[in-house]
Design a protein around this ligand. Structure first.
Ligand code: FES
Length: 90
């Protein structure tokens, strides 16, 4: 992770990903889940990267996740953070 309690998340805001869930709901869910984990989400958006067929896409700390449904975001973040902790703890 970048800073101790900062979680960098990038959300594809291209029309395909946006219309399939990468809208305000996804952003708010990410923000809330990060907060629950004691983190501050630094969320930015990017334009379509021509991978629409497997979207919506969310990138957490440089790891790209595809087919991310809003309902899956809490579990995805938990999984990502647990994996990062494992790697950090050795
Ligand atoms: S809109 Fe997200 S990859 Fe195309």
């Amino acid at each position: 992770m970048s800073e101790p309690n900062l979680l960098q998340v990038t959300v594809c805001m291209g029309s395909s990903c946006f219309s399939r869930g990468n809208d305000g709901r996804a952003i708010e869910t990410i923000r809330q889940c990060a907060e629950t984990a004691g983190l501050v989400a630094e969320i930015s958006g990017h334009l379509c990267e021509d991978q629409c067929t497997c979207g919506p896409h969310i990138t957490i700390e440089g790891t790209l996740y595809s087919n991310v449904q809003v309902s899956c975001i809490p579990e995805l973040l938990k999984h990502h953070l647990a994996r990062g902790k494992e790697e950090h703890d050795g």
